[in-house]
Structure formats: structure tokens, C-alpha cells
Design a protein around this ligand. Structure first.
Ligand code: ACO
Length: 283
């Protein structure tokens, strides 16, 4: 199910703060404030709502890749514009700014199409939220991550603490929360915070190859499969079992291409592929 959330602030959703490049089924979405290390300000957060709405309905986007311009994925929340200037306007402004940022991360988490975070460089604090929201993540070996909140006197909010609790072991999460030390892409991969890391010069090609693998799959099944995983994580065993039956049956109804039947036919009758080794051919 899609979670919809519209910008709550009056921030101008400046188109330039996020760019989109379409390339053979992939929409490369780039946080584009390189001079500010792609820190997330209210304008960027508002723009991301519009971008996600646009891409959901755009067939040029079959896989969404989220990355950052220049040497940064994102330096987290914009300390000046998101915190200091918003707080100066009072607590309602703060709540609205929170709704905008949390809103687009939630929207990304339940996006209709597969999503990949391509962590090209600095990734601090609040940037762990869109990182987590993406289904998959690939980092440059050289990327630097940090839960830097402790360094300027706050706890990791914006659900970053919850993200770390879900993705890291307790020892690792508390270590980085309490020390604010940075770690690189290799370490992020070792801790399973990202799926893998590769040398920076190979990053885009590796993400492209991953996206191409996803492009071969039935898109409705991908959406159902990723949502099912994210839902059952929070369910007791029997509820999960029942939910998965119902989710598959709803997919059977939604998929007018009858992919499941095609998949069986091409293996059992046509003998044109092996499901253990790759995807069936979609018509
Ligand atoms: N908020 C606002 N402005 C920022 C941020 C940020 N999070 N990160 C960088 N900038 C701005 C700097 O103020 C500077 O602006 P200026 O050119 O107008 O002076 C510009 O981006 C470049 O920053 P430098 O620090 O000069 O860049 P450098 O490449 O040397 O360092 C680094 C990059 C390490 C990312 C550094 O900018 C930094 O530590 N940023 C803050 C990281 C952080 O802790 N983010 C907050 C996490 S907590 C949270 O998100 C809730």
C-alpha cells in the first residue's frame, strides 16, 4: 500500500535541488546541493515529495536510484536551514519541517518501484533515513558514514536510532552512536548497512548492473515481495504466514499478465529457462 504525504511546509520545492536523469528504465535521482554537501534543507525535502509523485507514474522509471551530487551522498539535515532557521519560527514550523522530511523517507520506503541507494560519499546523521528507506544499497569503498549527532549535542532522531537498531548489531550501533566516529563503505558492507561496496570508479556500473537484474523481474511481484518482507518483519509467525498467502493471492489478481502462470509454463512446457537460474521472459 502506498503511503502518501504532501509537503507540509511553505518551502519552495526548488526543482534544481534534486535532478532526475532517465536511462533505460532507471531514474537516477540526485540530491543536488553539492556546495552544501547535499544537506537536506526544507526546499529539498519539499521537492522530493514532488519527485516521488512524478516518478511513481512515469514509465521511464522502473528502478529508482538515489544518490548525491559531487563528493557527498548527503551530509544529513541542514543544520542552518532545517534546524536553526526553522526553530526560530516556532514549534509548529518544526513539526511541519519534520513531517516533510519524515514524509518523503516514508514515501520512499513504500515506493511502488524498486529503489537503490548509491552512496557515493559523505553520509551523515539524517542521511541514514533515506539510506534505510531504499530497498537496496551500494556504497563506494571510499564513502564515509557517520552518526555524527553526538558531536553536536543531539541524539539521532528522524528515526536514525531505529534505523540503526534494525540494521546493525547493538554493539556496533551503540559504538557509532556514542563515539560519532566515521566508517567507510567497506565497513558499512561488512556490517550489512549496505549490500556491498565497490571502488568508487566502479560504483555507477555496479548499480546499473543491479538495476538491470531488477528490470528483468515482474514489477508487480517486486513490489509485493519487498512490501511483504518489510511488513512481516513486524508480525508474529502465524500472522505473517496468513498475510503472505493473502498478499500472493492479491498479486494473482493484480497481475493481468498472469506472470506466475507464464513462469510455470516457460519452465515446465516450453523448457526455455530455469527458474533457479534466472527470470522468465515477460511478454
Ligand atoms: N548542514 C548545513 N550546512 C552544511 C552541512 C549540514 N549538515 N554540511 C555541510 N554544510 C555546508 C558547510 O557549512 C559549508 O558551507 P559554506 O561553504 O557556506 O561555508 C559547505 O557545506 C561545505 O562544508 P565543509 O565543511 O567546508 O566541507 P568539507 O568537504 O570540508 O567537509 C563534511 C564535509 C565532513 C560533510 C562537513 O561539511 C560536515 O561535517 N558536515 C556536517 C555533517 C553532519 O554532522 N551532519 C549532521 C548530521 S545530524 C543530522 O542530520 C540530524
Amino acid at each position: 500500500m502506498t503511503t502518501q504525504s504532501k509537503p507540509a511546509t511553505d518551502a519552495t520545492p526548488d526543482a534544481d535541488v534534486v535532478t532526475i536523469e532517465y536511462d533505460n528504465g532507471v531514474a537516477w535521482v540526485t540530491l543536488n546541493r553539492p556546495d552544501k554537501r547535499n544537506a537536506m534543507n526544507p526546499a529539498l525535502n519539499a521537492r522530493m515529495h514532488a519527485v516521488l509523485d512524478e516518478l511513481e507514474a512515469d514509465d521511464r522509471c522502473q528502478v529508482l536510484v538515489l544518490t548525491g551530487a559531487g563528493e557527498s551522498f548527503s551530509a544529513g539535515m541542514d543544520l542552518k536551514e532545517y534546524f536553526r532557521e526553522t526553530e526560530a519560527k516556532g514549534h509548529i514550523a518544526v513539526r511541519r519541517a519534520q513531517r516533510d522530511s519524515y514524509g518523503w523517507w516514508r514515501r520512499l520506503r513504500w515506493f511502488e518501484k524498486p529503489t537503490i541507494a548509491m552512496v557515493n560519499g559523505w553520509c551523515f546523521g539524517g542521511a541514514f533515513s533515506p539510506l534505510f528507506a531504499c530497498d537496496l544499497a551500494v556504497a563506494a569503498d571510499e564513502a564515509q558514514f557517520g552518526v555524527s549527532e553526538i558531536n553536536w549535542g543531539i541524539i539521532p532522531g528522524g528515526n536514525v536510532t531505529k534505523v540503526l537498531a534494525d540494521l546493525m548489531t547493538q554493539r556496533e550501533a551503540l559504538y557509532y552512536i556514542m563515539t560519532g566516529e566515521t566508517f567507510d563503505g567497506r565497513k558499512a558492507a561488512e556490517m550489512k548497512l549496505v549490500n556491498l561496496s565497490v571502488p568508487r570508479e566502479q560504483l555507477r556500473a555496479r548499480v546499473r548492473a543491479l538495476a538491470d537484474t531488477l528490470l528483468e523481474k515482474n514489477p508487480l511481484t517486486l513490489k509485493a515481495a519487498k512490501d511483504a518482507f518489510k511488513r512481516v518483519v513486524e508480525m508474529p509467525f502465524d500472522a505473517a504466514e496468513d498475510y503472505l498467502v493473502v498478499r500472493q493471492e492479491s498479486l494473482n489478481f493484480l497481475d493481468k499478465t498472469e506472470g506466475r502462470k507464464q513462469g510455470i509454463k516457460q519452465f515446465i512446457d516450453d523448457k526455455t529457462y530455469r527458474p533457479g537460474l534466472g527470470a522468465y521472459k515477460r511478454g
